[in-house]
Design a protein around this ligand. Structure first.
Ligand code: APR
Length: 235
């Protein structure tokens, strides 16, 4: 089976009711990103940050995977599908995808603020218990923080993600403005003759100068077109 590697961003979850970050009315227009999603913001006001992510979790619990998520999961019958997502939602997993790498963390997980990448302290919240309250402590006695990669912090999963991209037979980019590194840099790991597709209703400036096949549609319609194209193409 051909290895289909997919890089997704906020646009993948737009049809599930999540606002993107940089579209008009996007999240970073309504919340100062440096206050709610940066390391310094966490140090300055951990309660504000935890409250912001409590709000996103509340949205996620009510949200459902959209047709685009479902189609990517269904494509596992024709391709060895590996998803690398910048999204912190769990919609790819809930749609049935089996190989998902989260570059920027996971919204339904929290961890120690003293030792955030130590698996011993990573805890998965449930729809019944999804809020972090001021003063909540992790098992090591430090304040509980979201298991999210804040701006100014390293992206521990970029290594495994780059290795995935190097093994791609087909590379697909869905719903990301490719503004944020190192995620946007993954395109440079795609081997020379591997076809690249980009699904986005708006034009996206893909770094580098390799040919990209644009599908100027939303995620659901775009993935349907892509699958149809791939099933006819002789790759
Ligand atoms: N289907 C597909 N793409 C869509 C849709 C849709 N229905 N609606 C919007 N888009 C596209 C937009 O045109 C845009 O190109 O999704 C992209 C969203 O871009 P951003 O809002 O910049 O989100 P993203 O690229 O995921 O941001 C990357 O930045 O703030 C950080 O950590 C955060 O992971 C995030 C990272």
């Amino acid at each position: 089976m051909k290895r289909l590697v997919v890089l997704t961003g906020a646009g993948m979850s737009a049809e599930s009711g999540f606002s993107t970050f940089r579209d008009s009315g996007g999240l970073w227009e309504r919340y100062p990103v440096e206050q709610v999603a940066s390391h310094d913001g966490w140090l300055a006001d951990p309660d504000l940050v935890n409250d912001f992510y409590n709000g996103l979790r509340q949205q996620l619990i009510k949200a459902k995977p959209n047709r685009g998520h479902e189609l990517l999961a269904e494509m596992e019958k024709d391709f060895d599908v590996h998803i690398i997502t910048q999204n912190v939602d769990n919609l790819h997993e809930r749609a049935g995808s089996h190989h998902v790498i989260h570059l920027h963390g996971e919204l339904m997980k929290v961890t120690s603020s003293a030792d955030p990448d130590n698996p011993r302290y990573i805890r998965t919240l449930t729809p019944e218990d999804y809020e972090v309250h001021p003063g909540d402590k992790a098992a090591d006695g430090s304040l509980v923080r979201p298991y999210i990669v804040f701006f100014q912090e390293a992206v521990p999963m970029i290594g495994p993600a780059s290795e995935e991209v190097e093994q791609a037979d087909i590379f697909v980019i869905i719903g990301t403005s490719l503004n944020v590194y190192p995620a946007a840099g993954l395109l440079s790991y795609v081997k020379p003759r591997v076809p690249v597709y980009l699904i986005d209703p708006k034009p996206v400036n893909a770094p580098g100068n390799r040919p990209v096949t644009y599908i100027a549609k939303g995620a659901s319609a775009g993935v349907a077109d892509l699958w149809d194209h791939l099933s006819k193409a002789d790759l």
